[in-house]
Design a protein around this ligand. Structure first.
Ligand SMILES: O=c1nc[nH]c2c1ncn2[C@H]1C[C@H](O)[C@@H](COP(=O)(O)OP(=O)(O)OP(=O)(O)O)O1
Ligand SMILES: [Mg+2]
Length: 201
């Protein structure tokens, strides 16, 4: 099996990538497997900038091809917040629970039809001596006023997908992969992958 390195510390993302990439014949490794102590500072102001920063830092340090994912939730009623700050929205230690609580508090009193939002994912692929490329994907939905479902990670329990009548946390990994921002981004990248990861044995 060919290996692919995902430059992430996020276990939930890593699982999403396993669901997406195993059927394509790739074994997924993350920073936990190859560079556990690497924590790249996300100094960009867009998903694209941060994805490139993460991918290039890890690729340069290890001299191998890597994919990085920068993603987050854009809530229309909050002017696109939390956006690139999704992981650190509640401040302090990264906490999915605190982040959800902050979103729910900010949306208190906002009517159902004004709770539109989308997840956005930008993937950057970097490799030694190649020009980094990026692809993106989105997933449209609504923010519920309480959590539903036990699967997934991050904001999944409050992100409702109207076309499925469920939150992302109520979907199986395969069902989430079929509709998610990350799935859509990977589907945009799929054809380019073999060429990028050839020397990723
Ligand atoms: O499918 C998703 N389902 C639920 N929540 C999600 C999803 N995708 C991104 N998110 C949220 C989680 C985190 O609050 C932020 C990503 O932040 P982001 O900097 O890209 O990732 P991270 O810091 O957790 O890990 P890393 O930078 O090591 O890849 O958006
Ligand atoms: Mg991050």
């Amino acid at each position: 099996m060919k290996r692919v390195i995902i430059a992430t510390q996020n276990k939930g993302k890593a699982k999403d990538f396993e669901t997406l990439l195993t059927p394509l014949g790739y074994e997924v490794l993350t920073l936990r497997d190859v560079a556990e102590d690497m924590d790249v500072e996300e100094t960009g102001v867009t998903f694209e900038e941060n994805a490139i920063i993460k991918a290039e830092a890890v690729s340069e340090a290890l001299q191998i091809p890597v994919i990085a994912d920068d993603s987050g939730l854009e809530i229309d009623a909050l002017g696109g917040e939390p956006g690139v700050y999704s992981a650190r929205y509640a401040g302090g230690e990264k906490s999915d629970e605190a982040n959800i609580d902050k979103v729910l508090a900010k949306l208190d009193g906002v009517m159902e039809d004004e709770r539109t939002a989308r997840f956005r994912c930008v993937l950057a692929v970097a490799a030694p001596n190649k020009k980094t490329i990026t692809v993106s994907g989105t997933c449209e939905g609504n923010i519920l006023s309480e959590r539903r479902g036990e699967n997934g990670f991050g904001y999944d329990p409050i992100f409702y997908v109207p076309t499925l009548g469920k939150t992302l946390a109520e979907l199986s990994p395969e069902e989430k992969a079929a509709v998610s921002h990350r799935g859509n981004a990977i589907r945009n990248l799929k054809d380019a992958l073999p060429e990028w990861l050839d020397n990723a044995e």
